[in-house]
Design a protein around this ligand. Sequence first.
Ligand code: 5AD
Ligand code: SF4
Length: 511
Amino acid sequence: MSKQKINTKTIDYKSIKPILDRSKKLVYIETYGCQMNVNDSELVLAILQDNGYFFTKDINEADLILINTCSIRENAEQRVWGRLNVFRIAKTKKTSLKVGVIGCMAERLKEQLLEREKIVDMVVGPDAYRSLPDLLRNVEAGQKDVNVLLSREETYADITPVRMDENGVSAFVSIMRGCNNVCSYCVVPYTRGAERSRSPKTILNEIQILVDNGYKEVTLLGQNVDSYFWKDEKNPEKDVNFAQLLEMVALVNPLMRVRFATSHPKDISNGVLYTMAMYENICNCVHLPVQSGSTRILELMNRKYTREHYLERIAKIRKIIPDCAITTDVIAGFCTETDYDHAQTLSLMTEADYDFAYMFKYSERPNTKAARQLKDDVPEDLKTKRLSEIIELQNRLSLESNKRDIGKIFNVLADGFSKRSDEYLSGRTSQNKTVVFPKKNYAAGDFVNAEIISCTSATLIGEIVENEQHETIHELKNILGETIHIFEEKTEKARNKIKQNINKTTKKWKQ
Ligand code: 5AD
Ligand code: SF4
């Protein structure tokens, strides 16, 4: 166990990478859905590793399979039912194998999972991961067990996630859980419960640990980060809102890039935008889901903003951070959507000029406000047609946005080899665009300056620009590294000398 000094206090922490120990029980975790689920799986691994279950990437050698599930659209749930069928076969071959369903589907479908899917041994909701060791003891004894209780307080603030990413460059840090918004189409408030914020101190500690472990980028996660609020019971002057938290995070280390998701158009404040503009290491990218360009549909969705308010927020982002990328989520074919509403979505997309979008067909979720009060009345083929028009438009906008980058130089954080060739690295600009460039002497985790020479709608192609400043930084880094090495050797020698002297004195004293 190592110790690290942060803000004059000493904290203890363990390895943040999975411990590989094949002599112990092995857990395989499969994750579906959002970034929050990816981070939750890392929390779950931290809890399991403390309780005798170790990580495996190979499903065939697992003693326990956990499937972390998503309920946001019906097809996400269908995929999980399909995987459970595969695990059923694995269980017939290895009878000691246990299967657990965790995450949003566990919350929503506990009975069906245990009754319909006889192979499921354990069902655990997003706020009940601390009870995993107890549940597993029962499961190991041959019983089935469930905990899907939601909590008003749980933020897992004190648990350091065990990182399952491959490259050690970029990590998610959860700053809050749950959601209070009740958008009428959305199942999240029911599966993840009410909103609660995590203490700034534990967030900053977690980020310092990532810095110490060589990570170069953090993404702060929440369903609606703009409503982050930490109340200091003793001193209201010490309350922390999202803009303040963002600044505190940016100050942890100037070389740590900071991203965040997701912002809500009704809540994103000028304070957040000015903080982004002020700190070089806060990335210039805002993910601002619009869902629809029609004010009438936005009202039915219970989004609590109008088309005009949304466009005003976009104008403000562009004014305060001129080179900011803006990305969004769009839903096609929500209840009662007309051709006119759909045309409004297309025109808003053009006006906002998005760099990237996630686009979906509306999928009715049981028990949501929309399912209870509105009719899912847009025929499937019309939803499909509208979605393909939205995708086609976004492809055009993304291509135009990428073309405008040709000839510009971007600071790129390399995060691994490109998909096509090990001679090329792939990385991201501050705007979160992917750049592919020749590897040369660089590796994942390096920052490079790349000039964009061509593009597709999804990727920028770059050449490394070795400018003088860049080379000086490299040289300085090397000199600094050598100095630290010499210093460490010297202190080690001094420490040994002191130890010897103490031993000598102790011996004399004993005589
Ligand atoms: N149907 C389709 N898309 C949905 N989303 C959330 N709920 C639904 C649904 N019922 C989309 C929204 C949200 C993103 C995470 O998923 O666009 O922003
Ligand atoms: Fe769902 Fe709306 Fe909350 Fe996002 S803000 S999680 S869409 S309810």
